[in-house]
Design a protein around this ligand. Structure first.
Ligand code: NAD
Ligand code: TYD
Length: 350
């Protein structure tokens, strides 16, 4: 029986990782540690909450004493660390929250692992889930490889870059078995509607303006979240200690083209006249420090560990729209209360 700590398991990607590990590995005991911030939601895990190999613990990774005690009590064999503040726009408003959770929280987990594993790392592993945003921005051409120098531009990406450096430093200094993966933008079910795709789905559904930053020329490389969870599974089980893998969809879209495709899908699903939803597109003030283009070269992961993305984007986006339209209660729940205040603050003056 392996005991694995997954942090941030009540969030978007974390819930898919928890679900995959609980269902695929009945002989692993999965402990999901999550603070349940605005982005954490136990409704994301309803289908696994009764499973005997799953346990939820509410807690804050910034609280070092609590983290130490949890490691002492549970004796984890491995950590898959996803807990983070994850939204660039929020990082522009409150950078220190990102330093606390993403940097201090990660170092607290590394310290607890180091103390608890006492130099015996042979069957232990610390997996840090990171982002391609640490590499900064690309121009019209090129792709991020594992050797691209770090050049973060937002407080979010700076905090993730910092945490990546700490994870590598703990490998080089103390010998902890660490693995890092840097993934491109994910999309799919349970995605909190502050991020582009679910926000646009929700607004189109409710006939509200769809805010596109700047001219909509920025490019993102979109990957279906379940393909990310599968990549994490493959890397967790097969990567050599101290290695890094880039994960991406080979699926670049300009924001404006993506939003137009989404509008076409929504028109069809909602039985609207073609072209109706596109009228909701509203160009708004650009994000400060907005990275122009992300594109991931994931050939190392494909060649060494045999992972490839499974879903074409059009199919994945349609599946995602279907999920949001079917799970109306989930969407209504997460967009009530504090979400309205957040939305007002972010978009009122753009
Ligand atoms: P999310 O915001 O949906 O979820 C984050 C989770 O972490 C939430 O459940 C939240 O409650 C929890 N959390 C936040 N602060 C915490 C704290 N102090 N202690 C304990 N739990 C805390 O994020 P996501 O989109 O699922 O991203 C998960 C991870 O993947 C992050 O590390 C992010 O940097 C990385 N990542 C995300 C993307 C993407 O497209 N969303 C792409 C690449 C990498
Ligand atoms: P987002 O989903 O916030 O992810 P990230 O900033 O981590 O890539 O944004 C994706 C792209 O969409 C990014 O270029 C910013 C843009 N965007 C908008 O145009 N309008 C919006 O309302 C949001 C949230 C994002």
């Amino acid at each position: 029986m392996k005991k694995i700590l997954i942090t941030g398991g009540a969030g978007f990607i974390g819930s898919h990782v928890v679900r995959r590990f609980v269902n695929t590995y009945p002989d692993y005991h999965i402990v999901n540690l999550d603070k349940l911030t605005y982005a954490g939601n136990l409704a994301n895990l309803k289908d696994v909450e009764g499973k005997p190999n799953y346990q939820f613990v509410k807690g804050d990774i910034v609280d070092a004493e609590f983290i130490d005690a949890l490691f002492e009590q549970e004796g984890f064999d491995a950590v898959i660390h996803l807990a983070a503040e994850s939204h660039v726009d929020r990082s522009i408003v409150s950078p220190l929250d990102f330093v606390m959770t993403n940097v201090v929280g990660t170092v607290n987990l590394l310290n607890a692992a180091r103390k608890n594993w006492k130099g015996n790392y042979s069957s232990k592993r610390f997996y840090h889930v990171s982002t391609d945003e640490v590499y900064g921005t690309l121009g019209e051409t090129g792709m991020f490889t594992e050797d691209t120098p770090y050049d973060p531009h937002s407080p979010y990406s700076a905090s993730k870059a910092s945490s990546d450096h700490f994870v590598r430093a703990y490998h080089d200094t103390y010998g902890i078995d660490v693995v890092i993966s840097n993934c491109s933008n994910n999309y799919g079910s349970y995605h909190f509607p502050e991020k582009l795709i679910p926000l646009a789905i929700n607004n189109i559904k409710n006939n509200k303006p769809v805010p596109v930053y700047g001219k909509g020329e920025n490019v993102r490389d979109w990957l279906w979240v379940e393909d990310h969870a599968r990549a994490i599974d493959v890397i967790f089980h097969n990567a050599a200690a101290g290695t890094t893998y880039n994960i991406g969809g080979h699926n670049e879209w300009k924001n404006i083209d993506l939003i137009r495709l989404l509008c076409r899908i929504m028109d069809q699903k909602l039985g609207r006249e073609p072209g109706t939803s596109e009228q909701l597109i509203t160009f708004v003030t650009d994000r400060a420090g907005h990275d122009l283009r992300y594109a991931i070269d994931s050939s190392k992961l494909q060649k060494e560990l045999g992972w490839t993305p499974s879903l074409q984007f059009e199919e994945g986006l349609e599946k995602t729209v279907d999920w949001y339209l079917t799970n109306e209660e989930w969407l209504n729940d997460v967009t009530s209360g504090h979400y309205q205040a957040y939305y007002e603050e972010q978009y009122a003056n753009r």
